[in-house]
Design a protein around this ligand. Structure first.
Ligand SMILES: [Zn+2]
Length: 364
């Protein structure tokens, strides 16, 4: 059990527990002060009990297993049509990679004795939090835009969680949720802010390395909104290196939706376009909570972030579907990014690349 949370921006520390703050006084996100690491050497893949799913890596996790649906160890397959490997994170109980963070976040909530969790999302994160709250026997209130589609609310309502409809912009929804957190209405199980969520998404890297016998790829290309998977991957590869289980870091290459691409715009000043990529609506995040950390991860891995339009995302989505990968539209932005990075010459044709497919097409 972790005892301290700390702020990477100002160094402030806070006691961990049911009354811990959801962010630092300075406004930045908090993280667990220590990253647990295993003592021994990396195991042979055949010695890992994959029936434990992502909890096979409990030695790396600052949370004990409570709320689990057997998630993780998603397939890693060769995608010859793309000259890459795909990690099928569309294969999860709620249909997206967000379950990696939901299982650790709700496990920690249960450990802390939390009775109600709050989250703001109308998409995959809301469904994942609702489902794992149901599994943990914890009440969940999910703040959603007033005009959220009925199909998206269904997964939340079916799990017994309460959707709280808020008029206005996506930011208004977040603001209303934070106000409720500040009023003491519940514990903020945010996929953007809660450090337990990122401890869970870290397992993407741990599984991937294990499935490749601890050989890290040259690059990983992921969708980039709040950086839930991007930062999780960074932390996982970093922990593997610190544990001595691997000997290098992959380049981390993010892909944003054109028109809502703050990280890519910061790197490529001339790259911003106004036409919004509404195909990849799952990553349209104007103010990523962990922006500084995302930029650090890019700098530390010789990484990059680019913004892609709706046309290239749709073309990648069609090709994914035709080659057997039935994913939701936002997932396709990473596959489109694989092509774009190669076309721009920033990724060699023979580079060893892994791309996560983050959400199932059955949800769309
Ligand atoms: Zn701070």
């Amino acid at each position: 059990m972790v005892t301290t949370l700390s702020c990477s921006a100002c160094g402030n520390e806070y006691a961990a527990g049911a009354d811990e703050p959801w962010r630092c006084e300075c406004g930045h996100p908090l993280d667990f002060s220590e990253q647990p690491l295993p003592d021994g050497p990396a195991p042979e893949f055949t010695d890992i009990d994959t029936r434990d799913g992502l909890w096979a890596f409990e030695e790396f996790l600052p949370v004990r297993r409570v709320a689990t649906l057997g998630e993780g160890f998603t397939p890693l397959v060769d995608a010859d049509d793309w000259n890459a490997q795909f990690k099928l994170d569309c294969v999860f109980p709620s249909g997206s990679f967000k379950d990696r963070g939901a299982t650790t976040t709700l496990s920690r909530a249960a450990e802390l004795g939390v009775e109600t969790v709050l989250e703001d999302s109308s998409g995959n994160a809301g469904a994942a939090i609702a489902q794992y709250a149901a599994r943990a026997g914890i009440d969940a209130e999910i703040y959603v835009p007033a005009d959220a589609k009925a199909s998206k609310l269904k997964a939340i309502e079916c799990a017994g969680a309460t959707p709280v409809r808020i008029e206005g912009s996506r930011q208004d929804v977040t603001d209303a949720c934070i106000e409720a957190v500040e009023n003491g209405d519940g514990w903020y199980a945010s996929h953007a802010w809660n450090p337990a969520f990122f401890a869970g998404t870290m397992t993407f890297a741990l599984e991937l390395a294990a499935q490749r016998d601890w050989n890290v790829p040259d690059a990983v290309v992921t969708p980039l909104g709040h950086g839930t998977l991007f930062l999780g991957a960074y932390r996982g590869f970093r922990a593997l290196l610190d544990a001595g289980w691997t000997d290098s870091m992959p380049r981390l290459l993010g892909v944003q939706a054109a028109g809502v691409s703050p990280i890519a715009d910061g790197i490529h000043a001339d790259g911003h376009v106004d036409a919004r990529n509404d195909v990849a609506d799952g990553i349209q995040i104007t103010h990523p909570a962990r922006r500084d950390q995302i930029v650090e991860a890019i700098d530390a891995t010789d990484g990059d972030a680019i913004a892609l339009d709706a046309g290239s995302t749709e073309a990648a989505l069609e090709k994914l579907h035709r080659t057997g990968f039935y994913v939701e539209p936002t997932s396709a932005v990473a596959a489109a990014g694989l092509t774009a990075y190669r076309d721009r010459g920033s990724l060699a044709d023979d580079a060893d690349v892994v791309v996560p497919l983050t959400g199932s097409g059955l949800k769309a």
